[in-house]
Design a protein around this ligand. Structure first.
Ligand SMILES: [Zn+2]
Length: 455
């Protein structure tokens, strides 16, 4: 290990030394290459005659300002250079900054007028300019993203024509694993993946795992995600194909992303059943579960046994509350100990209730049709309540049920005709998942937790 570090330091120093000795020669070569054309240009730039670059040996760098040097290098024959759009208010401004002449700007704008929406230009967009052997404008590129650009070329007739070009993105599925120390996001970050990929675990296992309650330190997760590259350079992470969570509380669960037939892509279990049921088991982002479903609970305010027919999610006042599934609102208003209450009737005899709301969202009233995850109100502490929380209740044909166990239900199975090809895909991903060799392992050492890679 120490040897490798020392080796890297020595190599770095050597490279630096080589770079330093090469750079002055590069400069010299560029000065030679300036030639006659540039003497004229320097004169155009308002250089005193005696200081024109071709005439004063080695005096170029001192005589020209940085800006003039830049302009010189950009108007050289066969020049090719890149600039950023920058913080200019117009496309013309960016073209002028990129060293184009007024007539060249006009020609480029004409060619692009029906292709580029000039109002959508952003400072980070790239421009590429190419000049021909007579230093005339030959090609221009506008790159609004890493995956597509517009190319403007000068034809035989001298006119510029634009073409939209899609950059080929190479996608390589990579398989990675890590263990949970504090959260999946941290685990992902620890192996160099974006913490945001944790969303896919939450989405895939929404109906099965409540990570806030069930994740434990040392749980292991695996993920297969597309690494997207353009010309070999890393661009971003793309589609998540498979996720696996192997936890002390959860057991081992897997989900695979698939687009069956014309349906929207989604996560399925290995048998082809959709991971997402028709329910959001947790209709809000909560801090903690403050009281579970309990038919024989001792009530903290009433000081006697009162069944708790729902789940209490503690969250700060104003936290958005969503409909757990699509349905029709059957009650929205104040109702005794419930405080501000919304009740929604769903298919299959189900009914959900959201109590103690600080405020019910405008437009949510009896008869309103709501979609899943539609905002219906905000967490509060109205009615008989000791602090801001959402009381979430579930009934089926008027009988109270525990939402945490009842809304566990799996989604629909995919159509039988899609199953064979899905099974093939799953077999591949499962092999990849089980092949992941380097699972960072937590080992206790001197009372501290250290990450160790098992190979
Ligand atoms: Zn409650």
């Amino acid at each position: 290990m120490l040897g490798a570090v020392l080796g890297a330091v020595v190599l770095g120093a050597l490279l630096l030394w080589i770079a330093r000795s090469v750079i002055p020669q590069t400069w010299a070569w560029m000065e030679d290459a300036l030639g006659h054309q540039d003497a004229k240009l320097a004169a155009d730039l308002g250089m005193p005659d005696g200081l024109a670059p071709a005439e004063v040996d080695g005096g170029v760098e001192e005589a020209l300002t940085e800006e003039q040097q830049l302009a010189l290098s950009r108007s050289r024959p066969n020049a090719r250079y890149e600039t950023l759009f920058g913080g200019v208010p117009s496309f013309r401004g960016a073209l002028l900054n990129a060293g184009l002449e007024d007539d060249e700007c006009a020609a480029i704008e004409r060619a692009l007028q029906h292709i580029v929406d000039f109002r959508r230009c952003r400072p980070e967009h790239r421009l590429v300019v190419e000049r021909d052997e007579a230093a005339g404008l030959k090609r221009f590129e506008y790159h609004p993203s890493a995956t597509e650009f517009v190319e403007v070329t000068r034809g035989e007739d001298g006119l510029f024509r634009a073409e939209q070009i899609r950059v080929k993105v190479e996608r390589t599925p990579i398989a990675r694993a890590a263990s949970v120390e504090t959260s999946i996001g941290d685990g992902l970050a620890g192996i160099g993946l974006p913490a945001g990929l944790a969303t896919f675990f939450v989405e895939a296992f929404e109906g099965q795992i409540n990570f806030a309650l069930q994740a434990r330190k040392g749980d292991v997760f695996r993920i297969i995600v597309d690494e997207e590259r353009v010309d070999g350079a890393f661009l971003r992470y793309g589609r998540v194909h498979a996720v696996e969570y192997d936890g002390q509380r959860t057991g081992k669960v897997q989900a695979f992303y698939y687009r069956a037939g014309n349906t929207q892509g989604q996560f399925y279990d290995d048998s082809g059943r959709a991971m997402q049921g028709g329910w959001l088991r947790t209709p809000l982002r909560y801090d903690r579960l403050s009281s579970r479903y309990n038919p024989r609970r001792f009530h903290p305010i009433l000081k006697r046994t009162v069944p708790h027919l729902g789940v209490d999610y503690a969250a700060s006042t104003g936290t958005p509350v969503w409909a757990a599934a699509e349905g029709r609102v059957t009650f929205a208003g104040r109702k005794g100990p419930n405080g501000n209450l919304v009740v929604i009737r769903h298919g299959g005899g189900f009914e959900t209730a959201y109590a103690h709301l600080h405020r019910i969202k405008g437009g949510i009233r009896r008869g309103t049709f709501v979609k899943q995850r539609e905002l219906i109100g905000f967490v509060g502490s109205t009615g008989r309540s000791t602090g801001p929380h959402l009381h979430f209740g579930l009934k089926k044909y008027a009988r109270a049920l525990d939402p945490l166990t009842e809304l566990n239900g799996p989604g629909l199975r995919m159509a039988a005709r899609d199953l064979p090809s899905y099974k093939d895909v799953v077999t591949d991903w499962q092999a990849r998942l089980s092949d992941i060799a380097n699972v960072p392992k937590l080992v206790e050492w001197n009372g501290w937790w250290w990450r160790r890679f098992r190979s």
